[in-house]
Design a protein around this ligand. Structure first.
Ligand SMILES: Nc1ncnc2c1ncn2[C@@H]1O[C@H](COP(=O)(O)OP(=O)(O)O)[C@@H](O)[C@H]1O
Ligand SMILES: [Mg+2]
Length: 328
């Protein structure tokens, strides 16, 4: 049987059977082709007449290199297409989030009558860690989703671990926020009873907690809705990329995040083999066959086998060519 015949529902069929699909993510090991597949899918969707944004939340950007066009920092029409692309300015986001947090911490320290403490130390410890950067990135993605100015969003480099952590944590967050809210409300009630003026105090921390809870609830309901969201995993017919995807898929199942399927990239086409094909290529083909068997038997829904192209994928023409294989 030809490998292609082992695919029961391909990418276009999957997308057509999900007409409301709105948030697409591409995950997988570094270097497997996530950026290329996200780009090709976004281009295809835009050519179906849907207003599409290809966005990168990765601090190490590659969309400008893929599109041969500067898309850094603002939503930019991609020349020769109906597609929009954006590399999020992560530095700016992180600074913005730092300011927001600093504001909240300052307010809280004043509210709690904590004086003489070096506020800077609090802010530093809250923001000087990789988890903060990651979650600032995630927040940025959520902002884009909520602005709701496109029909479809294709996110290059799913902040996979992050999404999973956030969604997994959301139950814990919710409990925590509920608890904070109750104790905040009690404290505010007490302060108001003790105060002479009896006027209602404003409470930015309470407001912040409430809006934070709202945001988490909203994003969770979007990201777990299989009509709207699909995570695709890109894999090569090789051991390590397969191991990475196996782990991701199990996490995602646990959290009820919809899996769109698996895309196998860099497959050497058997039709390209001639009597003159060198030994090492033949060996690679044999190795790939073994791993393809493993992929088909252990992963749900393989959607595409994309061949190794003659050179790296850059520019709209190469992207269209890739889309021709990914979305036949
Ligand atoms: N099917 C393919 N044929 C040829 N080159 C490819 C193919 N898929 C990806 N590439 C190239 O491989 C490199 C890694 O792809 P990229 O999409 O940047 O990976 P990732 O985003 O997962 O790190 C890039 O140089 C890209 O052009
Ligand atoms: Mg990439």
């Amino acid at each position: 049987m030809m490998d292609g015949d082992r695919i029961s529902q391909n990418m276009p069929d999957f997308l057509r059977s999900h007409p409301e699909i709105k948030y697409l993510f591409f995950g997988g090991k570094g270097g497997v082709g996530k950026t290329v597949m996200a780009g090709a899918t976004a281009l295809w969707l835009s050519e179906q007449g849907r207003r599409t944004l290809l966005a990168s939340t990765n601090p190490v950007h590659s969309l400008s290199a893929l599109l041969l066009q500067d898309v850094f920092g603002k939503e930019t029409p991609v020349e020769g297409t109906g597609l929009y692309a954006l590399e999020i300015d992560t530095k700016e986001t992180i600074e913005k989030k730092k300011e927001e947090i600093a504001e909240k911490i300052n307010w809280f320290l004043r509210f709690a009558d904590i004086v003489g403490t070096r506020t800077e130390d609090f802010i530093q410890s809250a923001t000087m860690n990789p988890a903060f950067e990651e979650s600032a990135m995630f927040e940025n993605m959520v902002d884009l989703m909520f602005e709701n100015r496109y029909d479809v969003y294709v996110f290059d480099t799913a902040p996979t671990a992050n999404a999973r952590r956030l969604l997994g944590m959301s139950k814990v967050y919710t409990l925590w926020v509920e608890k904070m809210l109750r104790s905040r409300q009690n404290a505010m009630g007490l302060r108001q009873r003790l105060s002479f003026t009896k006027r209602k105090e404003e409470d930015p921390l309470l407001e912040y907690l409430l809006s934070f809870r709202d945001r988490i609830d909203r994003v969770r309901s979007l990201l777990t809705d299989a009509r709207l969201t699909a995570f695709f995993f890109v894999v090569l017919p090789e051991a390590l990329p397969i191991a990475v995807v196996r782990r991701f898929i199990n996490w995602f199942r646990d959290f009820g995040i919809p899996i769109g399927g698996v895309i196998v990239n860099q497959v050497i086409e058997k039709e390209s083999i001639t009597p003159g094909t060198p030994e090492f290529v033949l060996n690679r083909v044999k190795m790939q066959e073994r791993y393809l068997d493993e992929i088909f038997s252990s992963f749900p829904d393989v959607r595409a086998l994309v061949p190794s192209l003659e050179r790296e994928v850059q520019g709209v023409e190469m992207l269209r060519k890739t889309a021709g294989y990914l979305l036949p």
